[in-house]
Design a protein around this ligand. Structure first.
Ligand code: PLP
Length: 440
């Protein structure tokens, strides 16, 4: 299945991509499984499964030992750090591994909070997942004031004027999401980082939801910290934190005494999940190879768009991959949103105007207007699930948003999350299923 864009060149070979993901070929009650649950965690390609099991089969050891498997484990960790450095565009010693984004963020809030107290302020937003809110709210016990940036309800975008008005010389940290895991909005992160820095505050970016959809460039963003989770971009269940080297050196982590004081290891407590970290290199290489394989099709009218055809560096290949992913996901999103708009009983939350699609990810939250008991998000997800469509219902921990939009008590949203292994046919089948469910 080759997808071609308006200019007529091949954009993404979805069939060859899907063939790499063993789980995509499952059936449920005789229906092909349709994975629309990417925002909760994506599927993994065979190479990630192989990397994890090969590590366990061959190199399973702790680090720092004077023997082969331990040395191999050290090398594997260094490779994974280099892979994530390419993925985020930073140095390898600015990459910290942890169990997940939430745990890493609690670690950072506790450590940053050591130096904060009464009179200091932290800004959080109503659009964020609670993992970038509660760890900062916890600092209220030290006397820190938490300020909230509000949203523009109609489009579920951040109210930038409100946000800017709440940053002042007392602000010590601005915690923002790159993209909303509930309604898909992409925030103007660079602008917000600049606002934070102009006031002397740190910028802490939650890129968990953005990770599978768009290129992350911490050097260009100039953010102080950025967190993501590899299980959202085709890898294992792990969290990754980027911290500017100066902060990782300056801040005082809690740690056991024998642990080295070297950066970034002083931030990694206890024994890490080595097998999953082996899978991280494989997932970054999966994305890079996607860019490499399709790279010649980036040529348009004799020019290359952004990167040189046949580029060898992994970062350049990742840049190329996200160009393709972006354009393919946009075509899926257009089809889905225009189909959903034709179902009159549905309300779509967030941006629905195609001319503004660059401000959103293909993560779509819907509800039935005037819903009956068997049309709640949970009821819809259950009925879709029986037909093989995996969607999510509820708040997905974007609690501040569901409360703000007053949908929390009535089941939250039904979330349809697309990634680049989804197809147009899946969207058409989903729309048919939804129409059928809603007409009975
Ligand atoms: C936007 C966002 N931030 C943070 C998290 C928490 O990530 P983790 O499960 O790695 O703690 C999630 C998880 O769904 C998320 O979607």
């Amino acid at each position: 299945m080759l997808i071609t864009d308006q200019a007529g060149f091949t954009a993404l070979n979805v069939a060859s991509i899907r063939a790499q993901f063993p789980s995509l070929s499952q059936t449920i009650n005789g229906h092909p499984a349709v994975f629309l649950d990417g925002p909760g965690g994506t599927q993994v390609p065979q190479r990630v499964i192989d990397a994890i099991s090969n590590y366990l089969r061959r190199d399973n050891a702790n680090t720092g030992g004077a023997y082969a498997t331990s040395r191999n484990s050290d090398a594997m960790l260094a490779d994974a750090r280099a892979a994530m450095a390419d993925f985020l565009h930073c140095a390898a010693d600015e990459i910290v591994f942890g169990p997940n984004m939430t745990t890493l963020t609690y670690m950072m809030s506790r450590v940053i909070g050591r130096d904060l107290g009464r009179g200091d302020e932290i800004l959080v937003t109503r659009l964020d997942h609670d993992a970038n809110v509660s760890p900062w709210l916890a600092l209220e016990e030290k006397g820190v004031t938490i300020r909230w940036a509000e949203i523009n309800e109609e489009y579920c975008t951040l109210d930038l004027e409100d946000l800017a008005s709440k940053i002042n010389p007392r602000t010590k940290l601005v915690a923002i999401g790159y993209a909303s895991n509930a309604v898909g909005t992409i925030n103007p992160v660079k602008k917000i980082v600049d606002l934070a820095h102009a006031a002397g505050a740190l910028a802490y970016v939650d890129a968990v939801h953005y990770g599978p959809h768009g290129l992350i460039d911490v050097a260009a963003l100039d953010c102080d910290f950025l967190v993501c989770s590899t299980y959202k971009f085709f890898g294992p269940h792990m969290g990754v934190l980027f911290g500017k080297r100066e902060h990782l050196q300056r801040l005082r982590p809690y740690k056991v005494r024998p642990l080295t004081d070297a950066v970034p290891n002083r931030w990694e407590w206890g024994t890490l999940n080595h097998e999953c970290i082996a899978g991280i290199t494989a997932c970054v290489d999966y994305i890079a190879d996607l860019g490499r394989r399709e790279n010649s099709s980036l040529r348009k009218g004799g020019e290359t768009r952004g990167i040189q055809s046949g580029a060898r560096s992994r970062r350049a290949a990742i840049v190329a991959a996200f160009e393709l992913i972006h354009s393919y996901e946009h075509s899926l999103m257009k089809r889905l949103i225009s189909g959903l708009k034709k179902i009159p009983s549905l309300k779509i939350y967030g941006i629905t105007d195609p001319s503004r699609f660059d401000e959103r990810c293909p993560t779509i939250a819907i509800r039935v207007l005037d819903q009956t008991n068997d049309q709640t998000p949970f009821a819809l997800a259950t009925k879709l699930g029986e037909r093989g469509f995996f969607t999510w219902d509820g708040n997905y921990y974007a609690l501040n948003l569901t409360e703000r939009l007053d949908v929390e008590k009535s089941g939250g949203f039904l979330r349809i999350g697309l990634v680049h292994y989804n197809t147009m046919q899946e969207i058409d089948r989903l729309l048919e299923a939804l129409e059928e469910i809603l007409s009975t």
